[in-house]
Design a protein around this ligand. Structure first.
Ligand SMILES: Cc1ncc(COP(=O)(O)O)c(C=O)c1O
Length: 455
């Protein structure tokens, strides 16, 4: 039986909900990544590293709130904080104590954070960081790297997907895109050359993990080189730590590598599974958010910053509880260990099937390459996998979709090619995942034999 057929039989209530959803939402979904043929699962509850759908089926969860839930679902301290806050009020339309504590925790954890402003999402955080960079330097251009993701606002909606020189979305304005320079991710010379010849660069923004949460990794040395190049020329460096923040270390990638960016963007883990983002950075840059006794400054120099849900009390309660646990350090270590175990198990299964896939990555994200013709298979430690990143995007949508479906049939939910690991993805869960992975590959080899050429 094809994976899709088995899936349809196992998920009648999800299929019925999708029928309803199709009458409300374009393609029936509320986030592009949740689109799945023939239909997605509808989840009704979650706990720890697992979730359950409306058909009563259990899943090991590798979405983990799109990377927000390094503590797993429903950590008791976070749940208690949320209950406490919801009884006191969801939105005061006023300043409140928890936002101060939330901000203090960021300043205490993140080396370059002297001042903080909250936003409602990671997209809003990168939008604000770029505006701050332009306001502060008086320069126009933003430099970004191919394949790095920074949310979906216009200024950064080019360079995410190949071909990297056209907008990633229709509906964006050419005028925005002309001031965004997209550079290759595997060579820093073009950056050096650009900074040398162009004096109109306000900032360089990057994912310190490397593109797409580290699918194509950057090393500490490369990050240090970018820091030096930018510092030398008064160009601001923005670390988009939406993924790496509070994950690569309690103080993010910057604490791990000992590099101080000028501005940093946070979201996801920051708010422990609730909506929330933040920009943090040097005081003399963040002062462009300040009010002054100077009408001219307030009207012409200050950055506009409204936002109904900035630092809302529920997100703040969740964020404070989450960062408090993360600050003890154990979460990072355990999540990294769980991820390494999962990578090892997946690679064992891959090798046993003799297929050209690879599970790689560092820290608590697992990246899965499908049909990856690696010439260093025997010697590679499958951590810093340096392959041609342009190939990540030559994905086989049919294979990826069937893989997701096959894994769902086996009780594992993942985005497909990158998996978020929490500190609760224990040995037992890793073993069960390995079993599901083995069964799924076996089934896919039968259903799609042409997708598994002999290596
Ligand atoms: C590195 C990075 N930056 C920014 C964003 C955008 O964050 P949000 O989805 O909260 O807008 C994401 C989202 O996945 C991300 O991975």
């Amino acid at each position: 039986m094809k994976p899709e057929q088995e899936y349809a039989e196992k998920h009648p209530l999800s299929a019925a909900l999708y029928e309803r959803a199709l009458r409300v939402f374009p393609s029936g979904v509320t986030h592009d990544a949740r689109f799945l043929r023939p239909f997605p699962i509808y989840v009704s509850r979650s706990r720890g590293a697992k979730k359950w759908d409306v058909d009563g089926r259990e899943y090991i969860d590798y979405w983990m709130g799109h990377g927000a839930l390094i503590l797993g679902h429903n950590h008791p301290d976070v749940v208690e904080a949320l209950h406490r806050q919801i009884d006191r009020g969801a939105h005061y339309g006023a300043c409140h104590e928890l936002e101060v504590e939330w901000g203090e925790r960021i300043v205490n954890l993140v080396p370059s954070a002297e001042r903080v402003r909250f936003t409602a999402s990671g997209t809003e955080a990168t939008l604000m960081a770029v505006r701050l960079a332009r306001a502060c330097t008086g320069k126009k251009k933003i430099v970004r790297f191919e394949g790095h993701y920074h949310g979906w606002h216009d200024a950064l909606s080019i360079g995410i997907f190949p071909p990297f020189n056209i907008p990633d979305s229709s509906g964006t304005l050419e005028s925005f895109l002309s001031s965004t320079v997209v550079l290759p991710s595997d060579d820093l010379q073009p950056l050096e050359d650009l900074l040398e010849r162009d004096s109109d660069v306000a900032c360089v923004i990057l994912e310190p993990s490397g593109g797409f949460s580290g699918a194509y990794p950057l090393t500490g040395e490369e990050l240090r080189a970018v820091r030096e190049m930018t510092e030398k020329r008064g160009v601001l460096l923005i670390f988009d730590e939406v993924i790496t923040g509070f994950r690569f270390s309690p103080g993010g990638a910057q604490a791990l590598y000992g590099i101080k960016p000028d501005l940093s963007c946070f979201a996801k883990i920051l708010a422990g599974g609730l909506p929330g983002g933040a920009v943090a950075g040097k005081r003399d840059i963040m002062r462009y958010l300040e009010f002054r006794e100077d009408a001219e400054w307030n009207r012409k120099k200050k950055i506009l910053h409204p936002g109904t849900f900035n630092a809302n009390p529920i997100s703040a309660a969740s964020g404070v509880a989450t960062l408090s646990i993360i600050s003890r350090g154990e979460v990072t270590t355990r999540a990294n260990q769980c991820a390494q175990k999962i990578r090892d198990i997946l690679n064992r299964v891959i090798d046993s099937h003799g297929i050209s896939w690879c599970a790689h990555g560092e820290h608590s994200v697992v990246h899965l390459l499908m049909n990856h013709s690696c010439t260093r298979r025997e010697t590679c430690d499958r951590r810093l996998c340096r392959y041609d990143y342009r190939k990540i995007y030559q994905k086989d949508p049919m294979l990826l979709s069937s893989f997701r479906i096959a894994m769902l049939n086996q009780g594992v939910d993942s985005i497909g090619d990158h998996w978020w690991i929490s500190w609760l993805h224990s040995e037992d869960i890793a073993e069960k995942t390995g079993h599901a992975f083995n069964e799924s590959i076996g089934m896919l080899k039968q259903a799609l034999p042409d997708r598994f050429p002999r290596p």
